[in-house]
Design a binder for this molecule. Structure first.
Ligand SMILES: *[C@@H]1O[C@H](CO)[C@@H](O)[C@H](O)[C@H]1NC(C)=O
Ligand SMILES: *[C@@H]1O[C@H](CO)[C@@H](O)[C@H](O)[C@H]1NC(C)=O
Ligand SMILES: *[C@@H]1O[C@H](CO)[C@@H](O)[C@H](O)[C@H]1NC(C)=O
Ligand SMILES: *[C@@H]1O[C@H](CO)[C@@H](O)[C@H](O)[C@H]1NC(C)=O
Ligand SMILES: *[C@@H]1O[C@H](CO)[C@@H](O)[C@H](O)[C@H]1NC(C)=O
Ligand SMILES: *[C@@H]1O[C@H](CO)[C@@H](O)[C@H](O)[C@H]1NC(C)=O
Ligand SMILES: *[C@@H]1O[C@H](CO)[C@@H](O)[C@H](O)[C@H]1NC(C)=O
Length: 456
């Protein structure tokens, strides 16, 4: 009998060890094998592989590689439909003008590979404004080309061994702040009308403006990326899913001068007419440093609607706010079904900061009757130190924020004379929140169930 028990115990121990080993293998590869399957991508296994040097590339940081990139992508695009193609950018500093990607294609940045954006503004053609914005975000009219762009593609990846795409944005920031630019700054990487996109294991750095902008796209996975920009650089948002469906942002880290993640869907009457929401946006294991902006923002451009945003395991340090919903009269549409849990926060001006009167309009043609709806917003399991304001939640009199739920929050307050909570035109519930939430979020008592958090 004893022998039977002992062998059964050994069997159980061995089984547990196998499960643990499988789990640690999954964590070691950042879950990418699973992710690539889930996006239908097999970005590492392309039939046709070439190096930038095959096309005359010179990685000395001085020579222009504009022709080499165009020739490489052009060449590989002819064979990519046959089992996929991959362009390897080896170690080196590869200066180039903007270039476009193609379908069934992987841009692979090897360790110590740096793709450097040209500093010649004449090499950035003016492209059309985004239809859901009606004009450029900085100025009316068109915008300077993005640096790396995917347009109308499917099955496209940027990955590697943590090589870097460097936008050398200082020139753009200086000209923008001096009001010398005639057009809107481009983004570092933009995917527009794309499906099955992977951006993983790369560093994006010093974008002229937003760093990674998937727009009108679906099935987008971002994993293991680092985004770096000076915290004073203007509008250097980290990752901005915009009118996108099924986006996963995992295991990534952003230091920037604007929102680390901003979920958007178009601007006022242009966004309302384009009518393309952002939905099913999943964020896990994300870290942010952004002293003047949000960890996760929704809006302010949200005129196509934003729904089903789930985020968990979020860390922020020295960041203005943790979650920020920004809308305005004229935006129309909605922000609904938002679930954010397990946040660890250190030195924050706000934890929850939302406003229904953000302002900023593309022009004066917006509809003053287009009132956004904000509903079913859930936050829970938050530990925060050195916080100034826990919640500043300002709904609209015409459209109060409704169905807000906040549970299990422990915030340690930095000595302040400011109101720790300040809510107007908000209704909902709270439980287990210290310091206690504003009276508009009715305290259901310590025994109440926490806010609901669906799995993902
Ligand atoms: C480009 O494509 C053609 C045809 O597929 C191929 O023969 C050629 O070797 C490729 N590479 C270069 C460097 O041109
Ligand atoms: C990239 O594609 C976009 C959309 O088709 C186009 O406007 C732009 O000129 C292209 N850029 C380059 C460098 O080819
Ligand atoms: C993009 O794809 C759409 C259809 O999906 C097509 O109508 C359009 O012409 C394509 N544009 C370009 C520049 O390839
Ligand atoms: C990738 O490189 C960046 C910039 O050098 C660094 O901050 C980051 O820790 C690196 N990530 C990994 C996984 O090595
Ligand atoms: C979380 O992401 C970081 C990179 O920012 C990574 O080093 C770490 O392994 C990830 N943790 C898990 C549990 O995946
Ligand atoms: C706490 O926050 C205040 C105000 O934001 C900041 O000045 C101070 O350095 C922070 N203290 C610590 C220990 O991080
Ligand atoms: C609360 O916020 C409103 C604006 O939303 C402001 O007018 C008011 O002064 C604030 N109250 C306190 C006590 O800070």
């Amino acid at each position: 009998m004893a022998g039977f028990h002992a062998s059964k115990l050994l069997f159980l121990l061995a089984a547990a060890a196998l499960v643990a080993a499988a789990e640690s293998a999954r964590l070691r590869d950042g879950g990418n094998l699973h992710l690539w399957k889930s996006t239908g991508l097999d970005a590492s296994n392309r039939r046709h592989v070439a190096k930038l040097t095959d096309f005359g590339g010179v990685g000395d940081g001085v020579t222009s590689n504009t022709k080499a990139f165009a020739a490489a992508v052009g060449n590989l695009s002819q064979v990519a439909a046959d089992g996929g193609a991959m362009l390897v950018v080896p170690a080196g500093r590869w200066l180039t003008a903007p270039f476009n990607l193609t379908s069934h294609f992987t841009l692979f940045l090897d360790r110590d590979a740096v793709i450097l954006a040209s500093q010649d503004m004449n090499e950035f053609p003016i492209i059309s404004p985004l239809p859901s914005y009606g004009r450029g975000r900085d100025t009316s009219g068109g915008r300077y080309s993005n640096f790396i762009m995917g347009y109308n593609l499917t099955d496209v990846a940027i990955t590697g061994n943590n090589g870097t795409i460097n936008g050398q944005g200082q020139m753009w920031w200086d000209k923008f702040l001096a009001k010398e630019l005639q057009h809107t700054r481009g983004y570092l990487v933009e995917f527009m009308f794309c499906t099955n996109v992977l951006v993983s294991d790369v560093t994006l750095m010093d974008s002229p403006s937003w760093n990674l902008h998937p727009v009108y796209s679906s099935d987008v996975t971002v994993s293991g990326i680092t985004v770096l920009a000076p915290v004073t650089s203007p509008n250097t948002d980290g990752i901005d899913p915009d009118s996108c469906t099924n986006v996963k942002i995992l295991n990534s880290y952003v230091i920037s001068g604007d929102d680390c993640i901003a979920i958007k869907s178009g601007w006022d009457e242009y966004g309302i007419a384009f009518n393309m929401p952002s939905k099913h946006i999943y964020i896990r294991n994300f870290t942010c440093i952004s002293p003047s902006s949000a960890t996760i923002a929704i809006g302010s451009e949200m005129s196509g609607g934003v729904e089903d945003v789930r985020a968990e395991d979020i860390t922020a340090i020295n960041t203005e706010s943790a979650v920020r919903i920004k809308t305005a009269v004229g935006r129309g549409a909605y922000v609904k079904d938002v679930f954010v849990r397990r946040m660890s926060l250190h030195t924050m001006k706000y934890i929850f900061w939302s406003t229904g009167s953000y302002g900023q309009h593309p022009d004066d043609k917006f509809d003053p009757k287009a009132i956004p709806v904000v509903e079913n917003i859930n936050f829970g399991d938050v530990v925060a130190s050195n916080v100034t304001i826990v919640g500043k939640l300002e709904g609209l009199e015409q459209s109060p924020f409704s169905g807000m739920c906040i549970s299990n929050v422990k915030a340690e307050i930095f000595a302040t004379k400011k109101a720790i909570w300040n809510c107007t035109f908000v209704e909902g519930v709270s439980t287990g929140v210290t310091p206690a939430a504003c009276p508009q979020l009715k305290d259901m008592g310590p025994q109440a169930s926490p806010c609901p958090f669906p799995e993902f």
